[in-house]
Ligand binder design. Structure first.
Ligand code: SF4
Length: 257
């Protein structure tokens, strides 16, 4: 019964977030307004932002494309692809644009080249309306620096925040993220801390759109279900959670949005 109740509450939270979508005033990717506006207005910047979400706080990652543009004076795909050393220098100049200044610049240049070669220079061509979730996920995975977690996250944001009409949302999933895992395990939604178990739990809880649970779980994990001293009294799941704390991961992994 607890599991069903947790699933229902998380689904309700996900549906509320989906209904708010892009109109949600507080749903900023990053507090830096110009950077947030860039992510929301440019599919290419959004894709680069996905690349930046690697081992740094989400707010810093999503500010990355704007800060890179400030340093380079452009986000021109041809130049990002061709001028690799300039991109690397822009990242490395103190204060460094990213924790991983040796890898992320290469991902950015490779992504720019791939966008030009495969998608006519338009990131939106990766995820046109009507494309299937599985196909968009596969395309994203072809970009260096995009693994399963980032691809799942990107698809979920595209559907929820940007309203991209992808087909086959039943094939979506939640990211195997430290916050999502902690909530799934403590609440009793999942029984094991493996990608397969977490994704299976999401499918069981929300068969028609498992990805719907991704953002609410992530938000709860980050704001209330902290590694130590979870704030259960304030948590939306407080009335239904099994609080299986002994199974919860305590390490800090990658962060995202
Ligand atoms: S904060 Fe408490 S109630 Fe909320 S998911 Fe975590 S353990 Fe459960």
């Amino acid at each position: 019964m607890t599991r069903e109740a947790v699933a229902a509450e998380l689904r309700a939270a996900g549906e509320e977030l989906a209904a708010l979508g892009a109109a949600q005033d507080g749903d900023a990717f990053t507090p830096l307004q110009q950077a947030d506006a860039l992510i929301k207005s440019s599919p290419e910047a959004f894709l680069l932002g996905v690349l930046f979400t690697q081992g740094v706080p989400a707010e810093r990652a999503w500010a990355g494309p704007y800060l890179l543009r400030e340093r380079l004076g452009h986000l021109d795909l041809e130049r990002l692809a061709a001028e690799r050393e300039a991109v690397a220098r822009a990242f490395a100049h103190p204060p460094a644009l990213h924790r991983f200044v040796k890898t992320v610049p290469g991902w950015v240049s490779s992504a720019a080249a791939r966008l030009i070669e495969e998608y006519g220079g338009s990131a939106a061509a990766i995820w046109p309306d009507g494309a299937r979730v599985t196909e968009v996920t596969r395309r994203l995975l072809e970009f260096p620096g995009v693994g399963e977690k980032k691809a799942v996250m990107a698809v979920e944001i595209l559907v929820r925040h940007f309203g991209v009409a992808l087909e086959g949302t039943e094939c979506g999933s939640v990211a195997y993220d430290v916050h999502v895992r902690r909530v799934f395990l403590r609440s009793g939604l999942a029984e094991a801390d493996t990608p397969e178990a977490i994704r299976a739990a999401a499918r069981a809880a929300c068969p028609e759109a498992p990805g719907l649970l991704d953002l609410p779980a992530w938000q709860i994990g980050r704001a209330w279900c902290r590694p130590r001293e979870p704030r259960c009294a304030e948590c939306r799941l407080g009335g239904v959670c099994a609080r299986i704390v002994q199974h919860a991961p305590t390490g800090v992994g990658a962060r995202r949005r």
